[in-house]
Ligand binder design. Structure first.
Ligand code: NAP
Length: 351
């Protein structure tokens, strides 16, 4: 990419897309074109074709997707498969028809089989059954990888696919019903700390800024301290303890979205389909046990109460780690260590 090239970032307001935007701006790229979903519905083929014919981007980062956790994935599987297949088909086909020089397609680790050997290498794609709770999403993401591959093979395009591990970072979601692991833990510990300090001014400010989810916001009487205490207990935040699901034994992998943006930029600038092949994992190949992560969050937030493990609740998958051999061989490794990354996102959250 040269500074004058036109770059389209699809999904520029999302966690990943906004990190890519920051990276491009830091590197001095100014010819960036964006649309939010109200201005351009990527599920609508006609709108996408008109947009590409008019704007003629040189490079495309495909970071737009309908995403969600286990509950959303299992409740709305038709929406997840339909919208994600439409977004990928429309953007990839329009990129081909409008001679886009390179496209980077973002997928996720859920494309790999449920029982894939750990750490998961790129070549375990489609070797056995997927996890049933997010199969619809995974099938759409696999379709996007295959679209890129077969357009490259038939039409000589240069469309590459990157599969990042779990992300956290600026712009993260702190709604307790839909948040990913880290923002959910940070908010739970922060609210427990405020309860311990009886800082109801700060608690009210937090509750006004972010939804709790699970129908709790509607039931809460924010002017009544007892109502606040009872509501926060329902999300596991008490003045003397924080309750977390499971026994803390599983391992999880986490990456700061600024690192992912670095990887996307690096691949776009330096590597082509011929170097990468069908897909590459974006990971540093290490994970952390939840117990250790939870203790780290507690220290960073500065909560001095107890951690209680609710072992009546499920643990989830014991380990889901991606293999980093290929991305390291391509010359990239992440820079932000977890401790610093968590401190950074905590600062972002409380500011
Ligand atoms: N977050 C993670 O932990 C993670 C991990 C691995 C991979 N990824 C991958 O990274 C990609 C982006 O994820 P994210 O976490 O950044 O998601 P996100 O924060 O939910 O953002 C998704 C973006 O997609 C846009 N979008 C959704 N439907 C659209 C439509 N029909 N038309 C136009 N735009 C649409 C949204 O635009 P509006 O806001 O304008 O509606 C939003 O900007 C996904 O492919 C995901 O699989 C994410």
């Amino acid at each position: 990419m040269n500074k004058h090239d036109k770059i389209y970032v699809a999904g520029h307001k999302g966690l990943v897309g906004s990190a890519i935007m920051r990276k491009l701006q830091t590197e001095g790229f100014e010819n960036i074109v964006t649309r939010n979903s109200a201005e351009l519905d990527l599920c609508n083929q006609l709108q996408v074709e008109e947009f590409f014919a008019k704007e003629k981007p040189d490079y495309v980062f495909l970071a737009a997707a309908k995403v969600g956790g286990i509950v959303a994935n299992s409740t709305y599987p038709a929406e997840f498969i339909y919208q994600n297949i439409m977004i990928a088909s429309n953007v990839i086909n329009a990129s081909y028809k409008n001679q886009v020089k390179k496209l980077l397609n973002l997928g996720s680790s859920c494309i790999y089989p449920k029982l894939a050997p750990q750490p998961m290498k790129e070549d375990c794609l489609l070797t056995s059954e997927l996890e049933s709770t997010n199969e619809a999403y995974a099938i759409a993401k696999i379709a996007a990888i295959k679209l890129c591959r077969y357009y490259n093979e038939q039409y000589g395009t240069n469309f590459i696919s990157a599969m990042p591990t779990n992300q956290y970072g600026v712009g993260d979601n702190f709604n307790m019903e839909t948040a990913h692991l880290l923002p959910m833990l940070l908010r739970r510990f922060y609210l427990a700390k405020l309860l311990k300090n009886k800082d109801f001014v700060a608690i009210k400010a937090d509750l006004k800024k972010y939804k709790l989810g699970w129908g709790l916001d509607e039931k809460l009487n924010i002017e009544d301290e007892n109502s606040i205490i009872q509501t926060l207990e329902q999300i596991g935040a008490y003045s003397d303890k924080v309750v977390v699901w499971g026994d803390g034994s599983p391992y999880r992998e986490l990456m700061h979205s600024d690192d992912l943006a670095e990887a996307c930029f690096y691949l776009m600038q330096n590597k082509d389909y011929k170097d990468i092949g069908e897909l590459v994992n974006i990971t540093d190949g290490t994970d952390i046990q939840l117990k250790v992560l939870i203790e780290m969050v507690k220290q960073i937030v500065g909560f001095d109460g107890e951690i209680v493990y609710d072992t009546t609740k499920p643990n989830g998958t014991p380990r889901k780690l991606m293999d980093a051999t290929k991305i390291k061989a391509l010359g990239w490794t992440p820079k932000i260590n977890l401790q610093d990354g968590i401190a950074k996102i905590y600062e972002y959250y409380i500011s």
